[in-house]
Write a protein of this length. Sequence first.
Length: 334
Amino acid sequence: MSTLTAPAPARSSRPSGPSWLVLRLHRPALLVWAVVVVVGVALTLWLGGPLTDASADAWRQYNACTQPTCPYDQDAITTYKSVALYAAFIVALAPLAVAAWAGGALFGREVEDGTAQLAWTQSVSPARWLAVKLAWPAALIVVGLTPLALLYHRAWSAGQGRIDTIKPWTDVLTYTASGPVPVAVALFALAFGAVAALRLGRALPALGLTGAASFGVWSIAEALRIRLWPTVTRVAGLDSDSIPGTNRAETVERGIVTSGGTHVAGDSTCYLPGYKDAPGCATKLEQLHATGYYADVHPYSHFWPLQLMESGVVLALAAVTAFVAFWLLRRRTA
């Protein structure tokens, strides 16, 4: 008599584990992020190529005009300006979008609904849960946002000296969108989202707190940026109308050079080249024994050192925040 044996249960070919769960549960956010990256890459490539060439040709036609009216491609100029603004906003505002998602959906909602607690007791340890929740989004942020920032900087550089209305590198939006700073702020936002969710236990408050903290860190880093790298001092005589080497530079301090070599800082017009004959300035300069003007500046050559220093500070803060998240998790699951 033959014995019937039950067939073995079929194994699912679909991946399992916390990494797969993160990608599956947050698939809509992943698709949105992919669309943002693709659109941003397309805009920056268009901006740095055909749009820059068309706008540069239009400005060349405009500047060569010697008649009251001359034909030139005004649409190319306005289109370049608009696309440059949109592309910069995509890169610069991405960290705030990450903050909202991290505090609200990635961590806040799972802690509030109890999904995270269920996973800790049944399928995965709390530490591994948090590690995976931080690692996968961090990798996607770096892979997606880094090329966007570098492509925007490339597009901006392509327009230098060719487009009259291009923003200087010291412009807040241009500077933020042109390097690793938004990547660092986005990683901080991701880590702080975990801290806010584990501390508050509710999605909406965690979302708001993470967004506010991320914007605050970005603002403080922006304010401290000029102090993160040594400045270069430029000087000029009293008869000068300007100080050489300060045209495309970030001015940190300016003032008067005295006969003893002392630098006296000031913001009034008397401390600026070209105003020594202004009312009251001659007397003031004489009282200070002025022999020239000075300016402590960051030239364009300081762009990457400033970017890397600022990013390093924010990344260090992100690492500390991630450590706090693991500490809170340990306390919560003790």
